[in-house]
Design a protein around this ligand. Structure first.
Ligand SMILES: NC(=O)c1ccc[n+]([C@@H]2O[C@H](COP(=O)([O-])OP(=O)(O)OC[C@H]3O[C@@H](n4cnc5c(N)ncnc54)[C@H](OP(=O)(O)O)[C@@H]3O)[C@@H](O)[C@H]2O)c1
Length: 337
């Protein structure tokens, strides 16, 4: 193992930033040196995030005084494209937002309702989904675009079918997220307990921002509908996929097991999984079945949106960028019950 890697977390009081601080507290080779907040500089992080049990003190972002090898940007969309160019001379960046995920900036503008600043960077951003992207590419990234939570769960479910040429039509993806997916800074009425508890609904039915990200990485169109469910953490993504003839249930399950044979965090399971069985872990549990009547595969994937869907995956990428085994310091067991 290498010497201690210094990590700055920009936006440490949000769900993503705080989860990075929590997970790195038990990392054997990395430590958080800097935590920033644009609202609370000078205040102890524990005041905003008492669950972290940390003595770190929040500061303002000053790229030339970062004291870090890596900077995790845990801010809203729009922040990274504004600040990446001035941070990159001082440290490598892992960005949790969507700013550098989409290669087509017109598509970014269409879905994120803002013009991309398209800053001049020393090298192109790398999309960091380690189970599907070459580890050498991730290892050499200076700016890594950490994937979205829905795309992580959905792509891990669809990639084995796509890459084996088995998909015969547009996959229909029906996905659900816990409310922490909206972030800690959301104050709208629709996120109140009294508005959410006891029911759930779809949103972004024909134009959700994660649709183009899934399509870019999969290489084909998908019919994607997300839902907001009254739980704290978790993504549950079900894909209904028309298959080419001649594939059976057993073959399909074996294909998934072979595809993820070397993967540290993907488990092909024998029964439909609950979001609860991956909560707090960096795992994605995948279930695949074949409906003979309709000739469709059904793939169900579950992740913790704050871990494999965000902070855990960011640390998995950081490990690879730092030359460490990708699983270093990351939990594979869930918190239960
Ligand atoms: N939540 C997820 O499941 C998820 C998954 C994948 C990717 N992402 C992406 O990752 C990025 C960070 O997401 P997030 O969920 O961490 O967002 P968040 O919880 O809303 O935090 C974003 C920023 O808002 C500020 N903030 C924190 N608490 C606040 C409060 N109570 N009131 C007002 N502002 C507050 C903080 O910055 P300052 O202290 O500097 O103001 C924080 O860095 C986003 O780009 C998001 O799209 C999120």
């Amino acid at each position: 193992m290498s010497e201690s890697i210094r990590v700055a977390v920009v936006g440490a009081t949000g769900y993503g930033g705080a989860e990075i601080v929590r997970l790195l507290a038990s990392h054997p080779c990395a430590r958080v040196t800097t935590v920033t907040s644009s609202r609370l500089a000078g205040r102890p992080l524990r005041e905003e995030c008492p669950w972290l049990g940390t003595d770190l003190v929040l500061s303002s972002l000053a790229p030339e005084r970062l004291d870090a090898d890596f900077v995790v940007l845990a801010q809203e969309n729009g922040f990274a494209m504004e600040r990446a160019a001035e941070i990159l001379p001082h440290a490598r960046i892992i960005d949790l937002s969507a700013d550098f995920r989409l290669r087509d900036l017109d598509v970014y503008a269409q879905y994120y309702k803002r013009t991309h600043l398209n800053p001049t960077l020393p090298s192109a951003p790398v999309y960091g989904l380690p189970e599907l992207v070459g580890h050498e590419e991730i290892a050499s990234a200076r700016l890594l675009a950490n994937p979205g939570c829905y795309p992580t769960a959905t792509l891990l479910g669809l990639a084995p079918l796509e890459r084996n040429g088995l998909i015969a039509g547009t996959p229909v993806v029906d996905a659900k997220s816990g409310v922490s997916g909206a972030g800690r800074s959301k104050k709208d009425t629709e996120y109140l307990f009294s508005e959410l508890a006891g029911g759930f609904k779809a949103y972004g039915v024909t134009g959700h921002r994660h649709t183009p990200e899934i399509e870019q990485e999969l290489g084909r169109a998908v019919r994607f509908t997300p839902h907001l469910v009254p739980m704290t953490r978790g993504i549950h993504s079900t894909s209904h996929v028309p298959l080419r003839a001649g594939v059976g249930r057993d073959e399909l399950r074996q294909l998934f097991r072979d595809f993820y044979a070397g993967a540290k965090f993907v488990t092909v399971v024998d029964a439909p999984p609950s979001t609860k069985q991956v909560q707090g872990s960096n795992r994605c549990d995948l279930y695949v079945d074949f409906d003979e009547r309709t000739g469709m595969a059904v793939v169900i994937s579950v992740i913790d949106n704050l871990v494999k869907g965000m902070a855990g995956q960011a640390i998995q990428n950081l490990n690879l960028m730092a030359g460490l085994p990708e699983e270093t310091g990351l939990p594979t067991s869930a918190v239960w019950p």
